[in-house]
Design a binder for this molecule. Structure first.
Ligand code: TYM
Length: 334
């Protein structure tokens, strides 16, 4: 009997720091809802993290915590394949092949490379530069239709499409060309203390972590930078009011309210009321995730059983694509 094939979704996050609100609203929140409709693969991109120096014990701890957080955020392991990138050797193998089909000029234009090489000027290694070829391999191995990511990863998904097209032009239809899948709200959460930079772990005061205590989250929101205009009203205007607009974007993403609804809710109330209200909404959104993560983390055997099952399924699917690629480029069958 012919099985009707579901569309495929895939994404990953680097366990290079604790997960934050940007990762949640830009990526994970968008993943779980579609598990019945799609065949879904989500992984911990541990191989990517060593492009920057890591403390080994911290990397191990964060990788497992991230898996617990994926589950706590609603990714049912029965319906989603959850795995660890370094456990599926096909990523490194296809990554090498795709390095040979990715151009120096293309890699030089990647914003993440430019940002990270500026931040880590003493360690601009080859991996940091060729990282997008490994990311292309992560994606193309699973032949996904959609890659749900925040805005900052769009450029990498576009490069992936170009590399896949280049490969297909030479060897025929090997790779499906994936689409980035970017949420309407939450695709680009900015730092709370600098609304011109994206929220990231490298600016901890402006970053809300999923496991953070409610009082710390509220303190960060109360101190969030608002705008120095004179009107002091809650109005969505990213160009002239980037601080308030970022808070509105966060509030909209966690409550589902539109910008017009938010503007009328806080009409005449000013920032002193608005900022703690956003903090409270975020605390309530994150509370069940934090509590569930803490609960799951106590059961290491359960976590191990999840990633082992995920690794096996991922390796099976990835192996099929890799064998096809190896044959196409002319490697002798194993
Ligand atoms: P990473 O680990 O930096 O971020 C993981 C996801 O979180 C999103 N994100 C944000 N979204 C909104 N606002 C923010 N401030 C914010 N910060 C992060 C990112 O867009 C991303 O979706 N290269 C990837 C990891 C990766 C990957 C892959 C992703 C490796 N292989 C294959 C998809 C498919 C990265 O560094 O994301």
């Amino acid at each position: 009997m012919e099985e009707t094939k579901k569309k495929v979704m895939l994404s990953g996050i680097q366990p290079s720091g604790d997960l934050h609100l940007g990762n949640y609203l830009g990526a994970i929140k968008n993943w779980g809802a579609r598990a019945d409709e799609f065949d879904c693969y989500y992984f911990m991109a541990d191989m990517h993290t060593i492009t920057v120096r890591q403390v080994p014990a911290d990397l191990r701890r964060r990788t497992l915590t991230q898996l617990a957080q994926y589950i706590a955020c609603g990714l049912d392991p029965e319906k989603n394949t959850l795995f660890i990138q370094s456990h599926v050797p096909a990523h490194a193998e296809l990554g090498w092949v795709l390095n040979c089909y990715t151009m120096f000029g293309e890699l030089s234009r990647m914003t993440q490379f430019k940002d990270k090489s500026a931040k880590h000027a003493d360690n601009i290694n080859g991996g940091l530069f060729t990282y997008p070829a490994l990311m292309a391999a992560d994606i193309l191995l699973y032949q996904p239709d959609y890659v749900p990511v925040g805005n900052d990863q769009k450029q990498h998904v576009e490069l992936t499409r170009n590399v896949a097209q280049r490969f297909n032009n030479i060897y025929g239809d090997v790779f499906k060309i994936p689409e980035p899948y970017i949420p309407k709200t939450g695709a680009r959460i900015m730092s709370l203390n600098d609304p011109t930079s994206k929220m990231s772990k490298s600016i901890p005061e402006g970053c809300v972590f999923l496991m953070e205590k409610p009082e710390d989250i509220q303190r960060k929101f109360k101190r969030a930078i608002t705008d120095s205009d004179t009107e002091h009203c809650v109005r969505f205007d990213p160009e002239n009011k980037p601080g308030v607009s970022n808070l509105m974007n966060i509030y909209s993403a966690v409550t589902g309210k539109t910008m017009a609804e938010i503007e009328s809710e806080f009409d005449g109330k000013g920032y002193g009321v608005f900022k703690p209200a956003v903090g409270e909404a975020v605390i309530e959104c994150l509370r069940p995730i934090r509590e569930e993560t803490e609960r799951i983390l106590k059961d290491k055997a359960y976590l191990e059983s999840i990633y082992k099952a995920g690794d096996e399924k991922a390796a099976y699917v990835a192996g099929k694509t890799l064998r096809k690629v190896y044959k196409k480029v002319g490697f002798v069958a194993r």
